[in-house]
Design a protein around this ligand. Sequence first.
Ligand code: SF4
Ligand code: SF4
Length: 191
Amino acid sequence: MAETMVKDLADVSFINEVCAIPGGEAIRSCIQCGVCTGSCPTANQWDYPPRRVIAMVRAGLRDELLSSNSMWFCVSCYSCTVRCPRDIKPADIMHALEIIAIRSGKSTKRSKTPTMYRCFVDSARGNGRVYELGMMIKLFLKTNPFAALKLAPVGLGLFFHKRLPLKPSRIKGMGELKAILNKARELGGAK
Ligand code: SF4
Ligand code: SF4
């Protein structure tokens, strides 16, 4: 009996956690129709497809879900969002889950996306804009350096078309940008 009560509390706390993040609030009105999964171009890569992700939040399966690769495969195409009959925004829910996964240290090692986000933010924070070459080198060093060999021809093509600067360039107004980023951190949206 006591165990059931603890489990019930855990269930409520997970759905409340998702609802508390902007974009997560609508999850309670899902009717499990599966239109989001049917619309999702990457669903075949997910451990649990979009409809099931939503069901798992409502069932309180926090650990299973947060340590899966599912939400990290969302490419923000918003097909699910425009088609959902309940006006839920599954893409926003996936991003809310990414935030919770990072905050709770559960982000999966089976997806490179969390590392890519981190490299992207570090690069933007340092220069005010993304320095693509530096960001990609950092990403490959942190994930799979040999994967860089496959992309070398693409990089060379971009370089010869002057689309891949060798040096970073910094924006004016770094002070203002830092103030914005600090505020975002204060609000809990960035680390
Ligand atoms: S399309 Fe909307 S209502 Fe249907 S399962 Fe997905 S989120 Fe739920
Ligand atoms: S926004 Fe994300 S979850 Fe929705 S269809 Fe596109 S990839 Fe799938």
